[in-house]
Design a binder for this molecule. Structure first.
Ligand code: ADP
Ligand code: ASP
Ligand code: MG
Length: 386
């Protein structure tokens, strides 16, 4: 598998990008825009993974009323999408099989009044398996020139048996990807599969950790030596901080792997922290953009680093008991001698007492104790432009 011979793009769509039929149509639009997109990775529909956790909890309590209501809600949500997307007869049948699996698992947990991390991973997998099925069916309908092949990610993403935070087995993944993807490929093939889920060496379903679909996309990208990994979400890229909390956040056009990893690890939800690991191993650029506005462009996460001091972003991570880790992200931060003092003084001007926790080339973290999280976040962001 040579990088030069393989101009494939892997495109991952997150939960809000598949929240309803309208959103799924936008996914098809984005995929249709670029014939280099050869592999589509899908998250569960919005909030479904949380609902599956509620199913397990209701089962644990033996609360069959809530259990039934939750399972019915999940079914109704997916059936509504199937209706609106005019899903094929086969697609509906396949969805029905997944609903049966959901009910069997839910009632089993309720009967046992217990479940294991291993059972939870099977339950979790249903979210991605339902949404990816609907998308694959719709792509077949809406992109008739593409030959859509829907496959189960568990055939490729082999992991250890640490349920709910499984460790991918990189060599096996590469071997399987070759067999499942590259050997069946024609110019028209478009593969569709699930994020988040994998399988251990004994054939048990595993998951990579909550929000882990980004990581799946990167693992697939690495395995096929993709030319680009695209993370399509609900914002047009990585911003200087969470645009939901700071409306004056600015989107960043280019950021290095190390900066983006620091940002994700230190609290920015936009990327799963381990996403950049496989990309970095093979220098594969990672694009982050908004499914609803592909024309808005996005952020490229790339290998190249800047060699001069520059502040790019702020992140805030919740610790215990109203403790917050507030971090500045950028390049060559360690070269500015009094940066920690400047930042601590700036926060003190807003009556936040901060203590230095860590300083690296790409991040400066301080700890603050407060109940005013939003004001802290907004003030810390002002430091970027001050
Ligand atoms: P998806 O369901 O597509 O995986 P997520 O909710 O996991 O989407 O990630 C996207 C969200 O990340 C955005 O809606 C935004 O509120 C949040 N976010 C937090 N920090 C940042 C940041 N620095 N840049 C962009 N988005 C951020
Ligand atoms: N559906 C999973 C979650 O919500 C994985 C993901 O969306 O990234 O955690
Ligand atoms: Mg996410």
């Amino acid at each position: 598998m040579s990088a030069k011979l393989n101009p494939w793009i892997v495109a991952k769509f997150g939960g809000s990008s598949v929240r309803d039929a309208g959103a799924m149509k936008k996914v098809a639009h984005v995929v249709g825009l670029n014939s280099a997109i050869k592999l589509v990775i899908i998250s569960a529909t919005y909030n479904t993974t949380n609902q599956l956790e509620f199913v397990a909890q209701a089962g644990l309590r033996g609360d069959e009323n809530v259990l039934n209501a939750l399972m019915a809600e999940i079914e109704t949500k997916h059936l509504k999408i199937a209706d609106e997307l005019e899903t094929s007869v086969q697609g509906r049948k396949d969805l029905g099989v997944l609903f049966q699996e959901l009910r069997a698992l839910g009632f089993q947990i309720s009967k046992d009044k217990s479940y294991t991390a291993k059972t939870m991973d099977i339950l979790y997998s249903l979210g991605e398996r339902m949404s990816s099925l609907l998308i694959a069916d719709y792509l077949r309908l809406s992109l008739p020139k593409r030959h859509v092949i829907f496959f189960d990610a568990r055939k490729v993403i082999k992991t250890n048996s640490e349920f709910q935070k499984a460790e991918p087995q990189i060599d096996l993944i590469e071997e399987n990807a070759k067999e499942v993807l590259l050997e069946r490929n024609t110019p028209d093939t478009l593969y569709v599969t699930q994020g988040f889920i994998g399988e251990d060496l004994q054939g048990h379903t595993t998951t990579l950790g909550r929000e882990g679909s980004d990581y799946s996309a990167a693992l697939f990208g690495e395995a096929i030596r993709a030319s680009e990994i695209q993370i399509w979400t609900d914002v047009p890229g990585v911003a200087s901080t969470d645009p939901r909390i700071c409306p004056d956040a600015r989107f960043i056009s280019k950021i290095s792997y190390d900066e983006a990893t620091a940002l994700a690890t230190l609290g920015a939800k936009v990327l799963f922290p381990r996403t950049l690991e496989p990309a970095k191993r093979h220098s594969i650029p990672v694009f982050v953009g908004a499914t609803q506005a592909p024309e808005a462009g996005g952020t490229y996460v790339v290998k190249e680093r800047e060699h001069t001091f520059k502040l790019k972003a702020v992140s805030v991570l919740k610790k215990e008991n109203n403790q917050w880790l507030v971090s500045l992200i950028g390049s060559e931060l360690h070269t500015v001698k009094d940066l920690p003092q400047q930042f601590i003084q700036f926060l003190a001007s807003g009556n936040f007492q901060a203590t230095l926790v860590d300083l690296t080339a790409v991040s400066l973290s301080v700890q603050v104790s407060t109940e005013e999280r939003e004001r802290l976040h907004q003030l810390a962001h002002k430091f970027l432009t001050a």
